[in-house]
Design a protein around this ligand. Structure first.
Ligand code: PAF
Length: 295
């Protein structure tokens, strides 16, 4: 594994790899570090499908609309490098903010209706910030394929739309969520959960699974409301993790049942061929995201 801190050093190494093999297929796995099995599954998939895999580790400041969230984002570079080596990553780019953004960023991307729902209104500017960094990484690495996890379902739709806007011939490869044995979707943010919060966190996915069962007999609105109400009413054996502001353990920010392509909320189950439920829940100050497929 070769690690690079500058764009130029990575590009030089990519050029010589391409000079040695003119048909070289390059896979890109963009990450913000604090790596877990979910990230490693993307790299393993990329290793199977590409000749050379580039992983970026960069906490992208311009996609955070909340400075506290940026400051608290876990940074574990040494452990990340060990994990990256364990799955035989070829090249790793770990740039500074100045290296990625030598000039102030002026680009702004718009994504129409797919950014007007769910994460969009909650995190103004977030998806434009994601698009800026992902495009920069595409320009630097010029991969044939790029790998993203389906936990951030809306982000995948945004990157798909970005690729249409910029017309880059890059194949986007969405990869399934990896879950802990108890069902919690793996996320870098999970490491911020206290042991008590971590113990109850799988309730989110357990509730989503019940929502899918209920969808056999209940309307979209009933399932949506039941999911939100169930999480809000959840009582844990250990009262110490109650949020003092709301007296709740789980504070759902949204739960939307949407068309999996347009991301627009549906009213009837048969309104779309593919239907997913996307949820964001606060648990003791940690913002957790999950999703489930209804059909
Ligand atoms: O999903 C993430 O970790 C980030 O949004 C990404 C795609 C690496 C861009 O910073």
């Amino acid at each position: 594994m070769q690690t690079f801190n500058t764009v130029k050093a990575l590009q030089d190494a990519l050029s010589s790899a391409r000079n040695n093999n003119s048909n070289l297929t390059v896979g890109l796995v963009p990450t913000m570090g604090a790596l877990h099995e979910g990230h490693l599954s993307l790299i393993q998939r990329a290793k199977k499908e590409c000749d050379l895999v580039v992983v970026s580790v960069f906490v992208n400041p311009i996609q955070f609309n909340n400075q506290e969230d940026l400051a608290k984002y876990p940074r574990t570079v040494e452990a990340d490098c060990e994990k990256l080596a364990s799955v035989d990553t070829d090249f790793v780019l770990i740039p500074s903010v100045e290296e990625m953004y030598p000039e102030p960023v002026k680009e702004v991307y718009h994504f129409g209706q797919i950014e007007e729902v769910m994460e969009g209104p909650q995190r103004p500017g977030h998806f434009s910030g994601v698009a800026v960094v992902v495009r920069r990484l595409f320009d630097i690495v010029q991969p044939q394929k790029a790998y993203f996890g389906e936990k951030d379902f809306q982000q995948i739709a945004i990157i798909k739309n970005l690729l249409e806007q910029i017309k880059y011939p890059i194949e986007l490869v969405p990869c399934p969520i990896v879950r802990a044995d108890d069902g919690l979707a793996l996320s870098s943010r999970n490491m911020r959960l206290s042991p008590a919060a971590r113990q109850v966190a799988p309730t989110i996915y357990a509730t989503l699974k019940k929502a899918v069962e209920m969808s056999q007999t209940k309307s979209v609105e009933e399932v949506k409301q039941w999911t939100l109400d169930t999480l809000k009413a959840f009582q844990a054996p250990d009262g110490t993790i109650i949020n003092p502001e709301t007296y709740r353990i789980f504070d759902p920010e949204y739960f939307e049942i949407v068309n999996d392509t347009t991301l627009q909320p549906i009213k009837e189950w048969n309104e779309a061929q593919g239907v997913v439920g996307c949820i964001t829940v606060w648990l003791t100050g940690v913002r957790l995201i999950d999703m489930i497929r209804f059909r």
